[in-house]
Design a protein around this ligand. Structure first.
Ligand code: ADP
Ligand code: MG
Length: 209
């Protein structure tokens, strides 16, 4: 399996479906430690991204990722929109005009995307943000690729690491974003952004595995 433009679009479509399906769950998580808009932000943003892609029909994966990044940056407010916008813009950078992505290219893209979120939001692992799902996901992907795992298995391991990372945000005290205003009271709840990051990586494993 290699990821061509149509497969990249498929990932975005599956992501939109899952964000819509999990909208209430994300809203609930964000109402506990934020302002209850993460479900709406993600489902609206990804639906807009799908619409834009069907108008654009980009020719290679990098163009798909850039289109999604631009849509999220322009259509989604709050912290989540710009952070996921940067994530998708940065995914495009290491892969240039490649028509098909294999595991190594996806690994380079995901590493760049995660570093983009870090650069923009200045969060470190343990701050109770989407970084807590994204960072383990890219690390698991790198380990799997180094071990010569198949693309499907590498994607599965990356999604599983993101899920674990999202669950592991529950006891943490938030140090970045809106949840940090709650201080110690942010502990005991799963971070909404880490949860949506897991959903994205799960959708990639489903779309490309
Ligand atoms: P807002 O917090 O502005 O309402 P969202 O609800 O869409 O935006 O997104 C909230 C999520 O954004 C949080 O759960 C967290 O994962 C993520 N987040 C917030 N600030 C940062 C940051 N500085 N770095 C990385 N992720 C962040
Ligand atoms: Mg919010």
């Amino acid at each position: 399996m290699a990821v061509a433009a149509g497969d990249a679009v498929r990932w975005v479509e599956l992501s939109a479906d899952v964000m819509v399906a999990e909208r209430e769950h994300l809203t609930k998580l964000d109402s506990a430690i934020g302002d209850a808009d993460h479900g709406a932000n993600m489902s609206r943003g990804f639906q807009a991204a799908v619409e834009k892609l069907s108008a654009d029909s980009p020719g290679e994966p990098a163009a798909v990722f850039k289109s999604v990044g631009m849509t999220l940056l322009s259509k989604v407010g709050g912290a989540g929109g710009p952070l996921y916008g940067s994530f998708f813009m940065k995914l495009a950078e290491p892969i240039g005009g490649s028509e098909q992505l294999g595991p190594e290219e996806w690994m380079a893209a995901l590493r760049a995307g995660v570093e983009g979120v870090k650069a923009r939001g200045k969060a470190e692992p343990g701050d109770k943000t989407m970084i807590d799902a994204l960072m383990p996901a890219v690390e698991a992907l790198e380990t799997a690729v180094a071990e010569g795992a198949s693309f499907a298995s590498a994607l599965e391991r990356s999604a599983a690491a993101a899920e674990q990372g999202a669950r592991a945000t529950v006891p943490l005290v938030a140090r970045k974003g809106r949840a940090s205003y709650l201080g110690e009271r942010s502990a005991g709840h799963q971070d909404p952004g880490a949860t949506s990051s897991h959903l994205l990586l799960r959708a990639a494993a489903e779309a490309w595995g």
